[in-house]
Design a binder for this molecule. Structure first.
Ligand code: NAD
Length: 477
């Protein structure tokens, strides 16, 4: 079966076919997906533009009901969706199911938010005049997502867009059309009017570009790499449209001498290597104080030796494959770069063979690194982490903040003083104490600073900043 695009309420053939391949087993074709071109993207945008007239006036309950039905079906089918996710992206099955649950929970949250779109009525400074402040939907929103959270990221953009009354044109990443299509299929059966939600699978240069350039698209929420994000933002800003970018990270995890060793090792191994290190919030720089350094490095090495890298769907697998050949090449090239820069590769960093042909890689840990090395400055986006030794807390904070990124950061310590100080001084948008840098709640703001993010925050009630426009009305009754 060819999985088609959803344009103006109709399942529509594309101009080419994308074969979705399982990174754990390259002989396994997950499915065939239609690829649209720019013209089809424009048809979808036109349909969304037309549908906005009525969807923007739908009652909060109508919108809430649609989101609630999507949430209920996603949660009921969490095992099947989680399995599809693991098969096409390479997260382990528990991680895949966890992400499907998260997507369902996000729709539940925004089903509630749709009913809570309030306003303010305040006295004017002019006698007898009343002032009302309300929020209105923006119009057509373009949603462009990466491959690494193929159901959660689409969910946390689509759900608020629809909840606040916008219409959506959604383009998933080429590597993971399956989860995007499955979510679109659920949304299509939720009672949503034709054209309110459109799925347009295809390349960034064709479909992505058409979304970004169309004057009918009022805003684009983008998650992906820094290079693409900057290009997307430049085009949108040039035509005065709204833009929200979530991009890369080089997230620091500080481990102080007074840390609980088990907690620190657990948080670092999870944060750096789970989901194959392919998380924008992954702890890629472990900044470790000299008193605990050797014990910490030994313990992480022991833990890594116990982790099973294998087929994402196999019971007992801790780390699945890298997502693609390109990503694997990038990860392995950074291992070479690290070696040439003088870092010591303590463990891992090589390609692995398993029963099925896949992109398996042993998690790599570099020690004796300095923060000016490329492996500490550039996002690798794979199972590669570094250790930077520091003498004290002050040096740790300075190094943690010395990065062009600012998504997430963490500290492992039993000192309330240092934990509080770090929360205040960290230049990241999210700060974790005794917890991995990756792994966040779905009902609170998500996002970073500096080179990691641009525009209003995603998720939780803060999402309304991007998906609505404020109106101030004055009345002399
Ligand atoms: P990418 O930038 O290659 O692609 C992201 C999306 O943009 C894809 O759908 C792609 O098709 C599309 N695209 C490509 N060129 C385009 C263009 N010219 N115009 C419009 N759209 C275009 O990123 P990726 O490789 O899919 O994802 C990995 C990156 O995503 C990493 O850098 C990672 O840090 C980042 N990421 C960030 C967050 C976050 O919230 N900060 C979360 C997950 C992933």
């Amino acid at each position: 079966m060819l999985h088609q695009n959803l344009i103006a309420g109709e399942w529509t053939e594309g101009v080419a076919v994308n074969r979705d391949i399982n990174p754990s087993n390259l002989d396994d074709v997950v499915g065939e997906y239609a690829r649209a071109d720019a013209r089809q993207a424009e048809t979808a945008i036109e349909a969304a533009h037309e549908a906005f007239k009525s969807w923007s006036r739908a009652t909060p309950e109508e919108r809430s009901d649609v989101l609630d039905r999507v949430a209920t079906e996603v949660l009921a089918r969490k095992d099947e969706l989680g399995r599809l996710l693991s098969r096409e992206e390479g997260k382990t099955l528990p991680e895949g199911i966890g992400e499907a649950v998260r997507a369902g929970r996000i729709f539940k949250f925004f089903a509630g938010e749709a009913l809570r779109i309030g306003g303010e009525k305040i006295p004017s400074v002019r006698a007898g005049v009343e002032v009302e402040i309300t929020r209105e939907p923006e119009g057509v929103i373009g949603i462009i997502t990466p491959w690494n959270f193929p159901i959660a990221i689409p969910a946390w953009k689509i759900a608020p867009a629809l909840a606040y009354g916008n219409c959506v044109v959604f383009k998933p990443a080429d590597l993971v059309p399956g989860c995007g299509w499955a979510l679109a299929d659920i949304i299509a059966r939720s009672g949503i009017p034709a054209g309110v939600f459109n799925l347009v699978m295809g390349s960034g240069s064709q479909v992505g570009n058409a979304i970004v350039r169309s004057p009918k698209v009022r805003g684009v929420s983008f998650t992906g790499s820094v290079d693409t994000g900057r290009k997307v933002a430049a085009d949108l800003v040039a035509r005065g449209a709204k833009v929200q970018l979530e991009m890369g990270g080089k997230n620091p995890m500080v481990v102080l001498d007074d840390a609980n060793l088990d907690i620190a090792v657990g948080a670092c191994v999870n944060g750096a290597f789970f989901s194959t290190g392919q998380r924008c919030t992954a702890s890629s720089r472990l900044i470790v104080q000299s008193g605990i350094h050797d014990k910490f490095v030994d313990a992480v090495g022991q833990k890594l030796a116990q982790l099973k890298v294998d087929d994402a769907l196999k019971p007992g697998t801790d780390i699945g494959p890298v997502v693609s050949q390109d990503q694997l090449d990038q990860d392995l090239s950074y291992v070479d770069i690290g070696r040439h820069e003088g870092a010591r590769l303590m463990t891992g960093g090589e390609r692995l063979n398993r029963e099925t042909p896949g992109y398996y890689m042993a998690p790599a840990l570099f020690v004796d690194t300095t923060n000016d090395m490329r492996i500490n400055r550039e996002e690798i986006f794979g199972p590669v982490a570094t250790v930077i030794r520091v003498k004290d807390y002050e040096e740790a904070v300075a190094i943690a903040n010395d990065t062009e990124f600012g998504l997430s950061s963490g500290i492992c310590t039993s000192s309330l003083k240092h934990a509080s100080d770090f929360k205040r001084r960290s230049s990241a948008g999210m700060v974790m104490v005794n917890l991995p840098t990756a792994g966040v709640d779905y009902h609170v703001p998500f996002g970073g600073r500096k080179g990691s993010s641009y525009g209003p925050r995603e998720q939780g009630a803060y999402a309304r900043e991007f998906y609505t426009s404020v109106k101030t009305a004055y009345t002399l009754p």
